[in-house]
Design a protein around this ligand. Structure first.
Ligand code: TXA
Ligand code: MG
Length: 334
């Protein structure tokens, strides 16, 4: 199959809408990462998503909506759902709610709940409006690869497997949405993202605190058992500054190394370290934005060991989401 890569404009959106109506898949930008979409109510179309990604059938998809009210047709909602929708949509929050029968089992991997999100990216909104259908869409990477933050990442992974990639340039956030389960009691963050625990707490006073999450998380989100976000090389983590320098010095020098550090830490390293400077030290938005691209660069360089600087964790910013992805990449706690 020929994979077309097209800038987001009227003709490309209408071609994408036609493909979706014909039961095809299309990759498109969202504010978090690129998604691979198909008509959420068409099982055969959704099956093409799993096939293109090589995604295990027991990992359910997120259904993307143009507006929150479309949830009525697909799920059982309540006041809390709409309060959260009003506060955070369109935006990088996914809500898990009980599903209605019309949502095919393939979308939810047989679960009786469905994940819903109203994305904020203008191209995603344009496509959802033009397509006039809810779109089931996971991240548009091959299963097991880091999520794509550029159209070119999608092309690298899915070239020849999908008909069209809408190119909207670099995504804004760079990490996948915060996933909150409203079907578990108490409500829980299944996947941390840009919308933080502290931001959610005013709306969900009994939301499970992040520390409790690690111990309790396993059974609730099928996707969590897979090692996502892993580069080919082995990922090692170290805090910044002197700690990082020490970790660097202890690395075996006969291995192909790839060093990911923030600006201040990078300045401490010897020249031969040739670090990938991911962000200015302390700029965690930029760190989040660049981490998946950094891992892809490590792969492209054929790195065997990838020493990566960690970020200090706080409740009220994207740091928890970054550490969640770094720990997964390093095989810690997954
Ligand atoms: O930002 C994002 O969320 C991106 C963009 C494209 O919207 N999408 C994304 O989708 O990251 P995906 O499939 O890569 O991750 C969806 C996560 C998985 O961990 C999956 O297990 C979980 O959401 N999930 C989906 N439906 C669920 C459900 N009914 N119950 C529990 N977890 C669910
Ligand atoms: Mg994914």
């Amino acid at each position: 199959m020929l994979t077309e890569l097209k800038k987001v404009e009227r003709q490309a959106i209408s071609q994408a809408a036609d493909l979706l109506a014909a039961g095809e898949v299309v990759a498109f930008p969202t504010e978090t990462v690129y998604g691979l979409g198909a008509d959420a109510l068409n099982s055969a179309a959704v099956a093409k998503i799993f096939a293109a990604k090589g995604r295990p059938a027991d990992n359910p998809l997120i259904v993307h909506l143009y507006q929150a009210e479309q949830a009525e047709a697909l799920a059982y909602t309540n006041e809390l759902f709409y309060t959260l929708a009003k506060a955070f949509w369109p935006g990088p929050l996914t809500l898990i709610v009980p599903k209605k029968d019309c949502v095919p089992a393939i979308v939810t991997a047989g679960l009786d709940s469905v994940a819903l999100r109203v994305p904020a990216h203008p191209a995603a909104r344009w496509l959802l409006q033009a397509g006039k259908m809810p779109l089931a869409a996971p991240s548009a990477n091959s299963s097991g690869k880091p999520s794509p933050t550029l159209a070119d990442h999608v092309y690298q992974d899915l070239q020849g497997k999908i008909p069209l990639i809408l190119d909207g340039g670099a995504v804004n956030i760079g990490l996948e949405s915060t996933v909150v389960s409203l079907v578990s009691s108490p409500p829980a963050i299944l996947r941390p993202g840009k919308i933080s625990y502290a931001e959610l707490l005013p709306y969900l006073p009994n939301l499970l605190p992040p520390k409790a999450l690690a111990a309790a998380e396993a059974p609730r989100s099928p996707g969590m058992k897979y090692t996502h976000y892993s580069p080919q090389g082995q990922v090692l983590l170290a805090a910044g500054g002197a700690v990082f320098l020490k970790a660097y010095r202890s690395l075996p020098k006969d291995k192909k190394l790839f060093i990911i550090a923030t600006s201040q830490t990078a300045a401490l390293l010897p020249q031969e370290a040739a670090p990938f400077v991911i962000a200015q030290t302390g700029d965690i938005q930029a760190y989040a934005h660049n981490i998946f691209a950094a891992f892809r660069s490590a792969d492209a360089a054929g790195a065997e060991l990838i020493l990566t600087e960690t970020v200090p964790v706080q409740n009220d910013d994207v740091s928890m989401a970054i550490m969640n992805r770094l720990n997964k990449a390093a095989g810690i706690g997954s």
